[in-house]
Design a protein around this ligand. Structure first.
Ligand code: ZN
Length: 281
């Protein structure tokens, strides 16, 4: 895992104006970890416009630190990993208030994805695995939505025998999924949410080459689309904005066009073009 670059308390103005994760420390103790789209602006605001939460710890801060990321999604995921690892005192206080979000993945043959505030009960842990804690609820919901484009998943236990509205948006694997492919997609989705997006990209690239070598061009093209869409998501500085905030009404959301320019060329010639492009990466 990346390490924090630590500076003195009064050095927030030296922070980059980039997305990332920041930390407030008192000697060796981690007081608070947060994420930002603009590290400098966000850290400064804790000191200048401190709210009631900041007042709990701001006087104790001795050093501040940051880790720069390429995107807001990367920052969101890194923040969750770092909070889990260091358990900063003032993040934990809020965690007990059930303010945090977890992504749940059921342990079924065809896992179902959901988000929740509760991850601790024994019963819950037997039925699903949980990734988190994510502090920013709307950011993790948006992230799940964009990732669903790349890795279509179920949000219901049992799919109906006919196409559902999500199917028509290519967000759901449908009533007759390829089980192996679905399980692979879920594994990749989990890896991305746990901070291994770059490993997933490498993985996709490798599988794409194998498929094209064995002349399975349709499958290769599918993986190529996943590769480019995921790469774009992980590179994009900001999360796309959605019109609705209610996840139950996901159907109405619209993606920002620059994140998804979904290509649907499945011909051999377009595949060759992709292949040569990939070789240069
Ligand atoms: Zn469906």
């Amino acid at each position: 895992m990346k390490r924090f670059k630590l500076l003195k308390k009064d050095s927030a103005s030296k922070f980059p104006q980039k997305p990332g994760v920041y930390v407030f420390k008192k000697n060796k103790d981690f007081l608070y970890i947060g994420k930002a789209i603009n590290l400098r602006k966000r850290t400064n605001s804790h000191f200048q416009k401190n709210n009631y939460r900041d007042n709990l710890f701001i006087d104790q801060v001795k050093t501040i630190g940051y880790i720069e990321t390429n995107s807001e999604i990367e920052a969101l995921i890194l923040e969750a990993n770092l909070i889990k690892k260091y358990r900063p005192k003032y993040n934990i206080v809020w965690k007990d208030n059930k303010n945090y979000f977890y992504v749940g993945i059921t342990k079924a043959e065809l896992p179902q994805i959901f988000w929740t505030h509760q991850s601790k009960t024994k019963e819950a842990k037997e039925k699903a695995i949980f990734i988190g804690p994510f502090v920013d609820g709307s950011a993790i919901k948006s992230t799940l939505k964009v990732l669903r484009r790349v890795f279509p998943y179920y949000t219901v236990k049992k799919h109906s025998k006919v196409l559902c509205p999500w199917c028509q948006l290519d967000l759901c694997p449908g009533p007759n999924p390829n089980k192996k492919e679905y399980q692979k997609n879920i594994k990749r989705l989990i890896s991305v949410l746990m901070g291994s997006g770059s490993v997933v990209l490498k993985n996709l690239k490798r599988e794409m080459k194998i498929m094209s070598r064995s002349q399975k061009f349709e499958r290769a093209a599918k993986i190529r689309d996943q590769f480019f869409a995921l790469e774009k998501i992980l590179e994009n500085a900001r999360l796309p904005m959605f019109k609705t905030v209610n996840i139950k009404r996901q159907i109405e959301f619209t993606d920002s066009k620059d994140v998804f320019r979904k290509t649907k060329q499945k011909t051999l010639s377009s595949w060759k073009k992709t292949e040569s492009k990939l070789k240069k990466i």
